[in-house]
Design a protein around this ligand. Structure first.
Ligand SMILES: [Zn+2]
Length: 192
């Protein structure tokens, strides 16, 4: 009897912990989504390749589909001469830097806006994971590593929001729900 009683007590505790955790996660999601939508998209970040300007990319290539294996192009390609400097457009934390089959030498930076910035096909990346980087600091050099090996040197650059930006939902475009998590880099560059 006592044993069964203890069991039901444990079960009740587990149940209330799960309930508390669910409420906490829901609250965090609501706060995160509210934050992501409140800060929205602003023209505020640096162009991540020194010397690049609006002629260095195709402004229509963001969310272009079909786009090879990745199905939709989640960023833009900034074309530049090989070994041009890649700089950080924001203050942030490098959460991952390494080599992958598609991205080649890549770097991911997370900033206080809870967005990740992805730099791919680098000739060389000069940073290691879990180090801070300041706006304007160098990340690496432009190249064509990974699946860009048969393309001219360019930086593939994309911005991902950890929480969805609701106004970016577009029924007219493919991958409608996924688009809420990506920002158009061209609309985010500070133009001076
Ligand atoms: Zn690309």
């Amino acid at each position: 009897m006592a044993n069964r009683h203890r069991k039901s007590l444990v079960l009740r505790n587990v149940k209330s912990s799960v309930k508390a955790l669910t409420i906490l996660l829901l609250a965090l999601s609501v706060i995160g989504i509210a934050y992501a939508n409140l800060i929205g998209e602003k023209k505020e970040i640096l162009i991540p390749v020194t010397g690049a300007n609006k002629n260095s990319w195709d402004s229509k290539s963001f969310w272009h589909s079909p786009w090879g294996k990745s199905k939709v192009h989640k960023g833009i390609d900034i074309f530049a001469t090989r070994k041009s400097l890649v700089i950080s457009p924001i203050n942030g934390l490098i959460i991952s830097a390494g080599y992958s089959e598609n991205g080649g030498n890549y770097v991911y930076v997370l900033d206080a806006k809870l967005r990740t910035y992805y730099f791919a096909h680098l000739n060389r990346q000069e940073k290691s994971s879990f180090s801070f980087i300041k706006k304007g600091q160098r990340i690496g050099l432009v190249g064509n590593s990974g699946n860009a090996i048969s393309s001219p040197p360019h930086l593939h650059f994309s911005i991902f929001s950890l929480f969805p930006i609701i106004k970016n939902y577009s029924r007219k475009e493919k991958f409608t729900w996924m688009k809420m998590f990506y920002l158009d880099p061209v609309k985010s560059f500070k133009t001076t």
